[in-house]
Design a protein around this ligand. Structure first.
Ligand code: ATP
Ligand code: MG
Length: 209
């Protein structure tokens, strides 16, 4: 198993506790109905979006919710590596109607947690995230899962993440703890707010020194 699965591999750790706290903050911040679709993003690449998305999804699954974790980072998909899956068929293939999207859902080896990998690299992948097919998929997924978490690209590099976030009930912004990032974080916040995205909160992701 991948090292990024800490909430599963070490349920007693302080980090896992922090994910429980974030999960509960999300649960208590609004009715579960309203926050059923969440986007995890950041201002720049490599700030820990996938790590946070995966562990948050695990935390919701441990609480008993039916969770669907979707790799919507069409620029750099990696959930297939985390969960030992093939990259395709996945989200892009399902949205492009090359395959029934239900067939791209994999039950992970973690109870209650299903995963959709990124899918084939298609030329219109960015538009697919903001398509009618995505709208239909969200309706279908909402009926089957308690929470759907999208692991996305970063806001400043990918307008499609903002478009997807607009369709979801909330966005979580992961911030790597470096002061130099501050300007970028503020710009990402501005862009998300401009698009009327509901920013649920920020997660400070600090690596141990
Ligand atoms: N809190 C942390 N402590 C130690 N390592 C971490 C932490 N968060 C993330 N990492 C590591 O940093 C790297 C980048 O993290 P991750 O893949 O989650 O970032 P990302 O924002 O999803 O990147 P990308 O923009 O490429 O999608 C990974 O190797 C991950 O294991
Ligand atoms: Mg990632």
């Amino acid at each position: 198993m991948n090292a990024c699965l800490i909430a599963h591999n070490n349920t007693q750790s302080a980090i896992t506790d922090q994910y429980r706290a974030i999960r509960n903050n999300i649960r208590f911040s609004s009715s579960s109905e309203e926050l059923s679709t969440l986007v995890v993003t950041s201002s720049s690449e490599g700030e820990g979006k996938s790590t946070v998305a995966v562990n948050l999804a695990i935390s919701f699954a441990q609480h008993g919710g039916r969770v669907l974790l979707v790799d919507a980072n069409i620029r750099n998909p990696n959930l297939n590596h985390v969960f030992n899956l093939k990259l395709w068929p996945g989200l892009t293939d399902g949205l492009a109607n090359h395959i029934d999207i239900l067939e791209t859902i994999h039950q992970s080896n973690i109870e209650n947690l299903s995963v959709i990998p990124g899918g084939s690299s298609l030329p219109n992948a960015a538009d697919l995230l903001d398509s009618w097919a995505m709208k239909t998929f969200l309706e279908l997924a909402r009926n089957r899962y308690d929470i759907i978490i999208f692991d996305c690209s970063s806001v400043l590099e990918s307008p499609e993440t903002i478009a997807l976030a607009r369709r979801c009930s909330g966005a979580i912004v992961v911030v790597k703890s470096e002061k130099t990032q501050q300007k970028k974080v503020l710009e990402a916040k501005r862009l998300l707010e401009l698009a009327n995205v509901n920013i649920v909160g920020a997660v400070l992701n600090k690596k141990k020194k």
